[in-house]
Design a protein around this ligand. Structure first.
Ligand code: SF4
Ligand code: SF4
Length: 164
């Protein structure tokens, strides 16, 4: 499966699935959709995902971002979006897919997301099942598998650097 098809398939699997029953944004004020300390917010796109945003929906902006892979992209938003349009990273959060086709808590969310501290098993089981299925589809694409490997290494690097 090529990258755009894998991204589309993962999006379909996760469509309508949420980390807990109900709107978790109501317990935290949707902190994961708020701008960061630099006044910007954004989610890295998976390889091939940028093609799904042509034409670009209102309020979204796509910028080049080489922090994880060369030729990568970051999508920025205005803190609100239609569920059908949100990037795959947002659909997974507070999980993230791994290159092994599984999921883990996205450690970037540990200081902000109140759900993250409960671990994978603290999230809605249907959501976790769908996230695992979506991660498995993504990891079956070599291009995305390499991206996920690089993403894991990137997160580790950033966390190690923040300890000093
Ligand atoms: S930060 Fe966590 S609890 Fe809050 S909206 Fe995002 S995923 Fe839900
Ligand atoms: S794209 Fe949507 S879900 Fe993702 S951070 Fe922006 S508003 Fe939140």
């Amino acid at each position: 499966m090529n990258a755009p098809d894998a991204v589309k398939a993962a999006r379909e699997i996760l469509a309508g699935k949420t980390p807990m029953k109900g709107d978790c944004g109501r317990i935290c004020g949707a902190v994961c959709c708020s701008p960061d300390e630099t006044g910007k917010g954004g989610m890295l796109l998976f390889p091939g995902e940028e093609g799904l945003y042509d034409p670009l929906p209102e309020g979204f902006c796509i910028l080049p971002d080489d922090s994880v892979i060369l030729g990568g992209y970051l999508l920025t938003c205005e803190g609100y979006c239609d569920r059908e349009l949100r990037p795959l990273s947002c659909m997974f959060f507070p999980l993230r897919p791994t290159f092994k086709g599984d999921v883990r808590i996205d450690r970037r969310g540990l200081s902000t997301c109140p759900l993250a501290e409960y671990g994978v098993n603290g999230l809605d089981s249907e959501y976790v099942k769908a996230a695992r299925e979506a991660a498995n589809v993504l990891a079956s694409c070599d291009e995305i598998k390499e991206y996920l490997r690089a993403l894991g290494a990137h997160i580790k690097r950033v966390q190690e650097a923040s300890r000093f």
